[in-house]
Design a protein around this ligand. Sequence first.
Ligand SMILES: C[S@@+](CC[C@H](N)C(=O)[O-])C[C@H]1O[C@@H](n2cnc3c(N)ncnc32)[C@H](O)[C@@H]1O
Length: 206
Amino acid sequence: MSDRATHWQNVYATKGEAEVSWFQDSPATSLAMIRAANPDHHAAIIDIGGGASRLVDALLQDGYRHLTVLDLSANALAATKRRIGAAASTVDWIVADATTWEPAESYDVWHDRAAFHFLTDPRDRAAYVERLRSAVAPGGHVIIATFAPDGPEKCSGLPVQRHDSASLAAELGPEFELVETRSEVHHTPWHSTQAFQFSRFRRHSQ
Ligand SMILES: C[S@@+](CC[C@H](N)C(=O)[O-])C[C@H]1O[C@@H](n2cnc3c(N)ncnc32)[C@H](O)[C@@H]1O
């Protein structure tokens, strides 16, 4: 197992969902941006680094039916599956590193909250974007939430690369057009604050 996977397996083996700084009771901004990207409940949506996030619960509740959650940590996905119960059988679960995964399907919406920002090496970011480009359908949307330029320098004890919409646009390249960007102050379970940005891009239709 890579150092990266070991780190995340340990996190999810030792901490409950509300014991991690990134916990959200309700992933409202992600949900609003996914609805804006594609309100069709048959849209294929993937949550990259979904971890134990409640986003999949919210999307199922909303009526979305073609969902995939990818994460490095099998422990994280197991916790999510336990939480959502029988509905877990309707979701595709992928244990993989987003920088080396080989996508077998194409997606209408690619969502990532607080996974991409761990890629501090430009080669890893390029590998991630290569996967993204092979997985996101023409006309599809990419939503990436990261710590903002005035956000923390570390997350889960690991260094992060902070972003704004311009740095993300540069990573994705000209095929992806910025549609909207939102700032959000996240309140951690212990009441500190973290500045996030959420940017949504649309891939040009071919
Ligand atoms: C800070 S947590 C955010 C979890 C979730 N997106 C949320 O908003 O609650 C980062 C997640 O990304 C996953 N992760 C980190 N690097 C990854 C990578 N290279 N490939 C896939 N998942 C990764 C971790 O296992 C962890 O679940």
